[in-house]
Design a protein around this ligand. Structure first.
Ligand SMILES: *[C@@H]1O[C@H](CO)[C@@H](O)[C@H](O)[C@H]1NC(C)=O
Ligand SMILES: *[C@@H]1O[C@H](CO)[C@@H](O)[C@H](O)[C@H]1NC(C)=O
Ligand SMILES: *[C@@H]1O[C@H](CO)[C@@H](O)[C@H](O)[C@H]1NC(C)=O
Ligand SMILES: *[C@@H]1O[C@H](CO)[C@@H](O)[C@H](O)[C@H]1NC(C)=O
Ligand SMILES: *[C@@H]1O[C@H](CO)[C@@H](O)[C@H](O)[C@H]1NC(C)=O
Ligand SMILES: *[C@@H]1O[C@H](CO)[C@@H](O)[C@H](O)[C@H]1NC(C)=O
Ligand SMILES: *[C@@H]1O[C@H](CO)[C@@H](O)[C@H](O)[C@H]1NC(C)=O
Length: 830
């Protein structure tokens, strides 16, 4: 009977697949596999196919829970299937569960080390998490040492039981154990980190002595997970903005449910044991700065780009600004290592104390979230442009041991950056000594927030003062005065509220780059004029300005008897792009934008309107180029594209995935004489010695971790290619000149140049530790864009060698370069 059921189910599954009913087909396969596990091998491929199709459908229906249930079921049936693991990881990654995704990618790679897709995915996600993986923190010997001393002191003074919240690699727990604590508990939410901590603790022979819990501290119950209340909580769940990893919430919970009562205040003799927290508290500092790099990433500073007027009705903001008005809990700051920010920064005020917090005071912690924002005003000490408020803190582990994350400190920490945007009452952000910067500081939804930044200039300040004294109104203090002023200014600008458009900071820096757009404009102009159906156009001067005029004349419908068809331009660059509008301005062009988000489309339409372009010249191409079948359905089947703009390089410095495949499709869709932008891309690189890069990429030995054995475990997560690098400020010594590594020709079919050997002359002796690489994108033979420029929206990437290679002046080194999907591999042949 069972046999019959199995064969029936198999048939039904096939039948459903033919009818594209993946859900039912999936159910049939699950039934079959449960009844007849011996068939696993035979039906595996069909099962996978069905699973992936069904998951796609569930995803588009946003039935997320069902989707993950299917995967979990599938992994129960095929626990060691790397393809399913990888696919699960991809779904998780897209939904923002990067930690969990990393776990699945890692597992897939472990199951099959040759599985290139999983490896690429794993490196991608590990790169995102590089900070979280604490390479840099673990390298910070000073930080480790101070934590160790503070923990040791507490344990020696009588704290017997310790809970480490958010243990990461387990390092603080091991410090507590080594100091002699009798019971140590550690919790970690991330599954990947939890497993790592288990391995690390075992490798350091403390397996039976530290109890690791895979859960949030908020879910810990006494006596279920921990037998009794504990005397010491240690934690380093702090981010650049101090509160961003939820330390306040977890400590409130710990004080209420997990810790012994605190030491009674004002009593000399207390109980022997009481609850304590390391760190005991923190002082948060702020400072107003001028910083070009922050400015160009958060404020659109140009009114016109390559002849396109940016609509005044569109207000562009970066996500940190949007976070202020939205209910979503988006981080209201970005982070930056100011000591390495390209172009540097200039302090405009002295550092000021923004907030203090006592982690040993439950009432204070509880009040933190409900406290009214604190108004702070700071005198400007130096003239400049007000670009951001930067924030750091001093962590008081106890009375004696402190850690500072100040930008002037040698530390692994970055600072929190609150870009100043939408300054009320002014579009000019310049300040001078005598002015005052005011702001509201608060802690809400687990973030330190700095809001309502405004400027009181010395003139207006005096005005108001005079008015107030005339009216003999006595306002309490300066802060109140400033807030009164701020509200005055706000009302005066209320009537120019425009359409808000939130762009990623890289999109804003791209908009600010006039050169980039001018280059595209010139290249577009050349292609369009060469395709214009008129004898004249062939000999036309290609100087961008005159050709634009000529083009209009030539294409004036009244000039010829027939109305020419427009030329089609398709822009499939990632993110917000005004290139289609630039193309439309040439006239007789119909441009398609691949922008997807609705408010981005609205903004682009507004810009097009302000530039007096007829509505029908700009259209939105909702679907991505990946979907071949859709792309092949041309807007007009007899028309082909004149220009297709592809994004070849990600802002991270990596090549976009499958760009050569996209180019191959695009080539089939081009008009004769049509062009892909860029037409070809050169990859450049050089050999460098950079100790910083090595230390940031992997933990070196046991010295930084105070002789604990952690490096080999955490280093499993190191990536061979570092991304989002600022080459211009990376401490390094070049050991060779720049060399051409590889050419990617988008206009010609694969010449199989995606693998190549290059000779490099060494011009300085030293240790090669890394090979940074970047790109020059050739829009045509004359016009190109370089991604290594400090002021472009691109960052750079670098291959970091596993082992440094010693070289001498005059040596010749051979590099082997390969390109596969987005994976550029550069190896030194010895
Ligand atoms: C990248 O390519 C190199 C050489 O082809 C290969 O050894 C490496 O495993 C690849 N990495 C990934 C993540 O695919
Ligand atoms: C690594 O830690 C050492 C000691 O704390 C520090 O001097 C160095 O700057 C750190 N390096 C990096 C790249 O963080
Ligand atoms: C301040 O005084 C000036 C002139 O003295 C006047 O124009 C202005 O309206 C006054 N502002 C307020 C807020 O009273
Ligand atoms: C910012 O200022 C406005 C007006 O002065 C006020 O209504 C608002 O509550 C302030 N925002 C915060 C977060 O304090
Ligand atoms: C083109 O011709 C139409 C009607 O024939 C006329 O209304 C229009 O003004 C002409 N445009 C130009 C630019 O000459
Ligand atoms: C060139 O590359 C293509 C695509 O990877 C491949 O199909 C073809 O066989 C290669 N040709 C040669 C000569 O290696
Ligand atoms: C704009 O971007 C290009 C290409 O990356 C770069 O070379 C240039 O320096 C940038 N220019 C400005 C003004 O930002």
């Amino acid at each position: 009977l069972a046999r019959e059921l199995i064969s029936q189910s198999l048939q039904s599954a096939q039948h459903c697949l033919e009818g594209q009913d993946f859900g039912t087909a999936y159910a049939h396969y699950v039934l079959v596999l449960n009844l007849a596990p011996e068939l696993k091998h035979d039906v595996k491929e069909m099962f996978q196919f069905t699973l992936f199709k069904w998951a796609e459908e569930l995803d588009s229906l946003t039935r997320i829970q069902d989707l993950f249930n299917c995967y979990e079921q599938a992994l129960e049936l095929f626990p060691n299937d790397e393809v399913i693991c990888n696919s699960m990881g991809e779904h998780l990654f897209r939904m923002g569960f990067r930690d969990e995704a990393a776990g699945y990618f890692h597992k897939a790679v472990k199951l099959n080390p040759d599985f290139a897709d999983a490896k690429e995915n794993f490196y991608r996600v590990a790169n995102w998490l590089v900070e979280r993986w604490h390479f840099i923190m673990l390298n910070d010997t000073n930080r480790n040492l101070i934590y160790q001393k503070a923990i040791q002191k507490k344990v020696c003074s009588g704290c017997r039981t310790v809970l480490d919240i958010g243990t990461g690699t387990g390092i603080l727990s091991m410090f507590a154990k080594k100091a002699g604590a009798s019971s140590v508990y550690a919790c970690e939410l991330s599954k990947t980190m939890y497993k790592l901590a288990c391995d690390v603790v075992a490798a350091n022979n403390m397996e039976g002595e530290i109890k690791l819990l895979h859960m949030k501290s908020l879910d810990i119950e006494i006596p279920k997970h921990v037998p009794e209340r504990i005397s010491l909580v240690v934690t380093e769940t702090v981010d650049a903005g101090l509160f961003g990893e939820g330390i306040v919430e977890s400590l409130v919970h710990a004080w209420e449910h997990l810790l012994l009562p605190p030491k009674p205040k004002n009593e000399c003799v207390g109980p022997d044991e009481y609850g304590q927290v390391v760190p005991a508290g923190a002082v948060i500092f702020g400072m107003a700065v001028e910083c070009k790099e922050i400015r160009r990433h958060h404020r659109v500073c140009v009114q016109e780009i390559a002849g396109v007027i940016l609509a005044e009705t569109v207000e562009f903001h970066s996500p940190t600004y949007a976070a202020i008005n939205s209910d979503e809990t988006v981080e209201p700051y970005t982070t930056e290592k100011l000591s390495r920010v390209p172009g540097g920064y200039v302090p405009l005020t002295e550092p000021f104390k923004a907030m203090t917090v006592d982690f040993n005071d439950l009432q204070e912690l509880k009040n933190l979230a409900t406290r009214k924002p604190c108004k702070i005003s700071v005198p400007v000490s130096r003239g400049g442009v007000l670009d951001a408020i930067v924030v750091w803190f001093v962590l008081h582990l106890d009375h004696e041991h402190t850690l500072s994350t100040s930008p002037t400190e040698e530390t692994c920490w970055e600072q929190a950056v609150y870009p100043v945007q939408g300054l009320p009452g002014t579009s000019c952000y310049s300040v001078k000594p005598g002015d005052t910067v005011t702001m509201d500081v608060s802690c809400q939804d687990c973030y330190l927030r700095i809001q309502n930044v405004s400027l009181v200039t010395s003139e207006s300040g005096m005005d108001i003062e005079r008015n107030f004294s005339e009216n003999t109104v006595s306002l309490g203090n300066e802060a109140e005065l400033c807030s009164a002023l701020a509200s005055l200014q706000t009302t005066s600008t209320l009537d120019c509220v425009g359409k808000e458009c939130v762009l990623e900071s890289t999109e804003i820096s791209l908009l600010n780059n006039v050169t980039y757009h001018e280059c595209f404009k010139a290249a577009i102009s050349k292609v369009l004029s060469s395709l214009t159906p008129s004898g004249q156009s062939q000999s036309m001067d290609v100087d961008s300005h005159s050709s634009e005029m000529d083009l209009k004349k030539i294409q004036d419908p009244n000039a010829s008897d027939t109305i020419p068809d427009p030329l089609y331009v398709l822009d499939v660059s990632e993110g917000f792009s005004v290139l289609p509008v630039i193309a439309c301005k040439f006239g007789a062009v119909k441009a398609y934008s691949s922008i997807e988000r609705e408010h981005h489309q609205t903004a682009l339409s507004l810009i097009s309107e302000v530039n007096n372009l007829p509505k029908e010249t700009l259209e939105f191409w909702h679907n991505q180029l990946e979907d071949e079948s859709v792309l092949l359905q041309r807007p007009k089947s007899d028309k082909l594209w004149s220009i297709i703009i592809l994004d070849v390089v990600e802002t991270s410095g990596l090549i976009q995935q499958e760009v050569m495949e996209k180019a191959a499709i695009s080539r089939c869709l081009l008009h004769s004489g049509g062009k892909i932008f860029p037409q070809y891309v050169m990859i450049y690189g050089m050999l460098i010695e950079s100790q910083s890069l090595v230390l940031e990429t992997a933990v070196q030995g046991t010295e930084p971790t105070l002789s604990l054995n952690i490096a080999p475990f955490i280093n499993q997560f190191k990536v061979p290619v570092r991304v989002f690098l600022d080459l211009s400020t990376l401490p390094c010594v070049p050991l060779s000149k720049t060399v051409e590594l590889l050419m990617l020709d988008l206009m010609n079919p694969y010449l199989n140049s995606s693998s190549r050997e290059v000779k490099v002359q060494i011009c300085k002796s030293g240790q090669v530790t890394a090979i940074p690489f970047w790109y020059r994108m050739h829009l045509d033979e004359d016009i190109s864009l370089d991604t290594s420029s400090e002021s472009s929206h691109w960052k750079q990437a670098a291959v970091v060698l596993d082992k440094p290679i010693q070289v001498q002046v005059g040596d010749e080194v051979i590099l082997n370069i390969q390109h596969h999907k987005s994976n550029v591999s550069i190896m030194i042949k010895q």
